[in-house]
Design a protein around this ligand. Structure first.
Ligand SMILES: [Zn+2]
Length: 98
């Protein structure tokens, strides 16, 4: 299944041929990256701080995650999180302010 066939409420295909991240709450297109960093995992041997980032939170997952926080021009704030888990990377969206 390609990305155009998937129903991803925070991703839209733009006229530039690049997918763009849209607000997961209201689908507004315009947003700004506010912060990026490591969400530190709970396993002392497996968790790591990703080079070039600092710890901005903690997770109860074993391994760390990479977090990118967006401020939408719509007024919503959300996080795109890439969570390392058993050799795969889960992509998750969390709305931080409504
Ligand atoms: Zn919004």
């Amino acid at each position: 299944m390609n990305i155009r066939e998937m129903d991803i409420p925070w991703l839209e295909c733009s006229s530039t041929n690049y997918p763009i991240i849209i607000c997961p709450e209201c689908a507004f297109e315009y947003s700004h990256i506010k912060e990026a960093g490591t969400i530190f995992g709970e396993d002392e041997e497996e968790a790591e701080v990703y080079p070039g980032t600092k710890i901005i939170g903690h997770t109860d997952w074993r391994r760390s995650a990479l977090s990118i926080v967006f401020d939408g021009e719509c007024g919503h704030r959300w996080e795109l999180r890439i969570q390392q888990h058993k050799g795969i990377n889960l992509v998750k969206i969390k709305i931080l302010s409504h």
